[in-house]
Design a protein around this ligand. Structure first.
Ligand code: NDP
Ligand code: GDR
Length: 342
């Protein structure tokens, strides 16, 4: 039985990757912060199938302890401050976890588990204000926010450790990938929630957006830049690409995406169209959600992953959105836990 450790076990990809590996008979160790693990009651059935290790990626001792204690054969480094939009306001925290957290982990693996095969979560955000399209493994980086700069640092350090010490560190340059597990501070989940509210006739949403206000207020969903363009795929497909990178004969970099570019408007049209609504009646552009500088348009040339990993996306954009909107409808129909004392 292969033993794999996953950092970022409470995140979207950590959950879906854990499911993928457990279904293949892996033993999985989930590294995560205790309060986050305990708070995610919805994930406790999954967590019961794996071994939890409480730790913080800001703490080298926690990482070393996890490695020494469990001696994993595979390690998937997914922990990060993962929101580019929040990374201007949290630039130092982002550097501490997204850049230095990865560096700390590489160093801990070098010292305490040097034979371990490692996957590191790089990102299409590294291409930033893109210098060519579509982007492949040789496209120059041009980061446009603190998150992207931190990911470039971690990516370069992965290469340094690979070259200097012969460590197996595969870097997945993954483009945007989504699922019903997406957090509410990301675009697709806001739009899925907005479409679900429109379907159910809910004018004021029970959930909060990035600004701590109802995601839908007075029947309107406030977004930022409607012209931004991305390459969106389904996270279940992308965690399978991670697994294949770790099984590959050598550590390498792989771009993973669908190759299809869509705008925020396209996304809104598809999601509200799914519930037979016209998105223009519901969506507004609010300057508070605009970013000081925009990444993109990011669109993948994933031909290397197709060729060398035999990987290609299997879930369509429309099927992904339908799954997300349906999940939001189901959640909105489920009563919230009893109200807290006022
Ligand atoms: P999420 O935001 O859903 O998950 C991030 C995870 O990192 C959470 O489990 C979070 O835990 C954990 N984390 C954050 N800070 C710490 C810390 N100090 N110590 C321990 N754990 C910490 O992200 P995704 O699952 O979407 O992404 C996984 C990885 O892939 C990230 O590195 C992200 O940057 C990268 N990526 C994601 C893409 C996407 O489209 N989803 C595309 C390209 C790259 P907690 O619950 O405690 O906050
Ligand atoms: P991104 O994802 O920044 O690409 O990072 P996000 O969903 O936040 O933004 C995608 C695009 O939508 C535009 N946008 C909005 N975004 C948010 N969050 N909220 C809004 O209201 C809104 N309106 C428009 C953004 O400007 C942007 O252009 C994700 C994360 O998973 C990263 O960890 C990962 O590295 C990259 O994808 C690839």
């Amino acid at each position: 039985m292969t033993r794999a450790l996953i950092t970022g076990i409470t995140g979207q990809d950590g959950v879906l990757l854990a499911q993928n590996l457990l279904d293949r008979g892996y033993e999985v160790i989930g590294f995560g912060r205790r309060p986050s693990v305990l708070a995610r009651a919805d994930l406790h059935p999954l967590f019961r199938r794996l071994t939890l290790f409480y730790g913080d990626a800001a703490n080298s001792v926690d990482l070393a302890d996890a490695l020494l204690h469990h001696q994993p054969e595979e390690l998937y480094n997914l922990a990060a401050q993962s929101a580019p939009g929040a990374s201007w306001a949290q630039s130092l925290d982002t550097g501490e976890i997204t850049a230095m957290g990865a560096h700390r982990l590489f160093e801990a693996v070098r010292r305490f588990a040097p034979k371990c095969r490692l996957y590191h979560a790089s990102s299409s955000e590294m291409f930033g204000t893109v210098l060519e399209s579509p982007q492949n493994e040789n496209t120059p980086f041009n980061p446009a926010n603190p998150y992207a700069a931190a990911k470039v640092y971690a990516h370069q350090m992965a290469h340094v450790y690979r070259r200097s010490y012969g460590m197996f560190i595969a870097c997945g340059i993954l483009f945007n990938h989504e699922s019903p597990l997406r957090r509410m501070n990301f675009l697709t989940q806001k739009v899925a929630h907005g479409a679900a509210c429109a379907k159910l006739g809910i004018g004021d949403s029970p959930l909060l957006n990035e600004e701590g206000e109802p995601v839908v207020r007075g029947g309107k969903l406030a977004l930022g830049n409607l012209d931004a363009a991305r390459d969106w795929g389904h996270a279940r497909d992308y965690v399978e690409a991670m697994r294949r990178m770790v099984q590959h004969r050598q550590p390498d970099d792989f771009v993973v995406g669908t190759g299809k570019l869509r705008t925020v408007r396209d996304l809104c049209q598809a999601a509200y169209g799914y519930v037979d609504k016209d998105w223009r009646d519901f969506v507004t552009s609010d300057p508070r959600f605009l970013r000081p500088s925009e990444t993109g348009p990011t669109v993948a040339d994933a031909s290397k992953a197709q060729r060398e990993l035999d990987w290609s996306p299997t879930i369509s954009f429309d099927a992904m959105l339908a799954e997300m909107v349906d999940a939001q409808v189901a959640a909105l129909r489920t009563p919230l836990p009893a109200a807290l004392p006022r």
